[in-house]
Ligand binder design. Structure first.
Ligand code: GLV
Length: 338
């Protein structure tokens, strides 16, 4: 029996990298689906070739969608990402080409905040370093200052970027761990929101100097490239930790590696890297850094919700509906490519 949207002439869409079969099945109810079953992102030329004849594409945060690709794929009308960060998508170019773009905010907030907090705790309490030492068979004695780290409870939590995820981290710090929460964001929160979160805005320089634990959650844009570099790290306490769950490129990884090597800050926890999956060799060479492979949103229910939200956007965009989390809703209707 034909299900909704089935029939000749259905639009063709590409799922640019492996997602859950249930999500592909949802798309198949509406579209002819070319679903890749691979985890490696397509290079720009291969992506453009594979998109010929496609009206839509479901991407992650890794496929580059720019004016060149949009020009090379004249049938493309919707680009729907399962990531919240959308620095891989040139939204202005999408709008200029009449292509709907969407990301996946909201569904990953709490999971990502959990991970940011976990990474901060692992960093402060030197959990990876201690585990590697134990696995290497070096545990002979208990010692009074063995792997002594920094306290999290009662410390000053500095949050750089106070969007949804920053606020979820602030709540964990203030109400779960009795931390003093200070933050910096281009746009200051309303006083009532600051009060509800127990958070105080500071200029960036003061935030860097005040934080015992700095967690970075700003989006990556030309303005935030190397927002935290050598000069900013120099303002931090030598006992401080730095956690980056935002995007590679917000932190200057070379400057950070050198600061860690020289113990100018105590430790770092990094889930994202400049040029990932490559990792700066200086970071691999120091013990006082916890390194994870861009997994802050990686719980199964959350990854499924992210993929489902991208599918919701794609289905709505190509069937005359209202995509729930469009980045450029102004292209819908007359502004959209035919
Ligand atoms: C992950 O980094 C995302 O942007 O969703």
């Amino acid at each position: 029996m034909a299900s909704e949207g089935r029939g000749a002439g259905r639009p063709r869409v590409l799922v640019a990298r492996r997602v859950f079969p249930e999500v592909v099945a949802r798309l198949q109810a509406h579209f002819e689906v070319d679903a890749r079953d691979a985890d490696d992102p397509l290079a720009p030329t291969a992506l453009a070739e594979r998109l010929q004849g496609c009206a839509g594409v479901l991407v992650a945060g890794t496929e580059r969608i720019d004016a060149a690709l949009l020009g090379a794929c004249p049938g493309l009308r919707a680009v729907c990402s399962m990531a919240v960060g959308f620095n891989n998508i040139d939204v202005a170019a999408c709008t200029a080409h009449g292509v709907l773009a969407s990301n996946a905010p909201g569904v990953l907030t709490e999971t990502t905040a959990d991970f940011g907090f976990a990474l901060m705790m692992a960093t402060a309490r030197r959990i990876s370093e201690a585990e590697h030492w134990l696995r290497a068979g070096q545990w002979q004695h208990w010692s009074v200052d063995g792997f002594a780290g920094a306290d999290v409870h009662g410390a000053t939590l500095g949050i750089l970027g106070m969007g949804r995820i920053g606020q979820a981290i602030a709540r964990r710090g203030a109400f779960g761990f009795g931390m003093r929460v200070v933050y910096h964001n281009r746009r200051r929160l309303e006083a009532a929101d600051e009060a509800a979160l127990g958070a105080r805005w500071l200029p960036l320089d003061e935030l860097l100097a005040a934080a015992d634990h700095l967690v970075i959650v700003v989006p990556y844009t030309p303005d935030t490239h190397h927002l935290v570099g050598e000069a900013e790290i120099a303002r931090m306490k030598p006992t401080a930790t730095l956690v980056n769950i935002a995007r590679g490129g917000v932190v200057d990884d070379a400057a950070l590696a050198q600061a860690l090597r020289e113990r100018r800050i105590a430790a770092a926890g990094l889930d994202v890297f400049e040029g990932e999956p490559a990792v700066h060799p200086g970071l691999l060479a120091v013990p006082n850094v916890v390194l994870t492979p861009h997994i802050a949103s990686a719980s199964l229910p959350t990854r499924r919700a992210m993929a489902d939200l991208a599918a919701d956007n794609l289905i709505a965009a190509l069937t005359g509906g209202t995509p729930p989390t469009a980045l450029n809703p102004e292209v819908l209707g007359a502004g959209m490519r035919c």
